[in-house]
Design a protein around this ligand. Structure first.
Ligand SMILES: [Zn+2]
Length: 401
């Protein structure tokens, strides 16, 4: 097994910690990974499980693979005083996405961090890469949105689909990239970027977002409902699985076979997983009741993906507004990805932000008491809908359903 590539540098932590919606979260995450000594984990043969990779800054050319020149000229201009309110509004730099000191460094560095993982795949340095500062799934081509200023997920998918497919993919074909989004919020920007309702053959990119849905819940998008093959917008490669309030491990364990069947039909060479943790119990969003350990948990999903799915996997961050819980979850997921899962009962090691882990001072992010409102009838309906989607995908892949 090759070591897992873990993307980090002091500069990335410093700059990512300036993100207004998640101030200092990056510092907590990387400090906890380090405090648990994950960088020193080794396999029985003495080989290291983790390889730290320093990110580089994305170049203008790389950012222009998706973002518009106007957006980059405005956000990356060091002398911009953001006093032109019409432009501030045009580029979405208001409300939940204010301009912030460091934005000129943040955008190229976070994009570069995620693209460093793509580079590591290209150079066969690793099969699994982790970039907790990435996963900015709401950022659009020329518009910041939902705490996201840089479309690193989209840039990574665009770069991955240019790499050669895995050698075991059979007859010559182009690479396939599956994007799976586990954040509480719908992956609107990523889903829209690759949405093509007139698709008639296998696509190179399949996006699948599992998210909370309720009237008015951010982000409002026509693509965030259950897929409907009769709808004019239907694209079997742009999939959405909306869940109700209180979604718990039980619900995720029930819907997980749907995701695996879609993956088996699509046969991706690369899997990009947005591991937003705002659906975990204890998050200020207080919407789902998911946890990190046990059947159907976030940790269980990542263990399945990393250790049972073929293809190269890129794990990204995302939402998560309890910084200590985001640090707990992503530290645990790093250990899962490395094949050396930490005990959820493990005590938080003493380190400089130790007091923030009160009152439990342990690693676990356990479920709370919220009721799971995903009824058996609703989950059955989801299974029926995806049974039809699955049949369409199989036809497109040339398999008999
Ligand atoms: Zn979110």
């Amino acid at each position: 097994m090759q070591p897992v590539a873990y993307i980090v540098s002091e500069e990335l932590v410093r700059v990512s910690s300036l993100l207004p919606s998640n101030r200092n979260r990056s510092l907590l995450v990387h400090s906890l990974v380090s405090a648990f000594g994950i960088q020193s984990l080794a396999l029985p043969d003495g080989q290291r499980c983790i390889k730290f990779l320093r990110p580089r800054r994305a170049t203008s050319k790389e950012l222009l693979a998706y973002h518009t020149r106007d957006y980059l000229d405005f956000t990356l201009n060091p002398s911009n005083d953001y006093e032109d309110l019409s432009q501030v509004a045009e580029f979405g730099l208001q409300d939940d996405c204010p301009p912030f000191k460091g934005i000129q460094e943040y955008i190229p560095l976070v994009a570069g961090a995620t693209l460093t993982a793509v580079y590591a795949f290209k150079e066969n340095i690793c099969e699994v890469a982790v970039c907790w500062d990435g996963g900015r799934h709401h950022a659009q081509k020329s518009h910041a949105s939902g705490f996201c200023y840089v479309a690193d997920c989209i840039l990574a998918i665009l770069a991955l689909r240019r790499l050669p497919p895995s050698p075991s993919s059979g007859p010559p074909r182009r690479s396939r990239v599956m994007y799976l989004d586990l954040d509480l919020h719908f992956s609107d920007a990523v889903s829209h970027a690759f949405h093509n309702p007139s698709v008639t053959a296998m696509s190179q990119v399949l996006t699948f977002s599992i998210h909370h849905a309720a009237p008015g819940f951010f982000p409002v998008s026509p693509l965030s409902s259950l897929p409907n093959p009769e709808d004019a917008l239907f694209d079997p490669f742009t999939l959405s699985l909306p869940l109700q309030k209180g979604a718990s491990c039980r619900t995720f364990a029930r819907v997980w076979p749907i995701i695996e069947r879609i993956k088996d039909t699509f046969q991706p060479d690369f899997i990009v997983v947005q591991c937003g943790v705002d659906g975990l119990a204890g998050d200020p969003m207080a919407t789902w009741n998911w946890s990190i350990g046990g059947l159907g948990s976030l940790g269980w999903c990542i263990d399945r993906i990393v250790h049972s799915w073929s293809g190269k996997k890129l794990l990204l961050g995302g939402g998560g507004y309890s910084s200590p819980n985001a640090a707990r979850a992503w530290t645990f997921l790093t250990s899962v990805a490395a094949g050396r899962p930490l005990s959820l009962d493990a005590e938080i090691p003493d380190h400089r932000v130790f007091p923030l882990y009160q009152p439990s001072f342990t690693l676990d992010v356990a479920a709370g008491n919220m009721q799971d409102q995903n009824s058996n009838e609703y989950l059955q309906h989801i299974e029926d809908v995806f049974g039809r989607v699955q049949a369409i995908l199989q036809r497109l892949s040339g398999e008999s359903p």
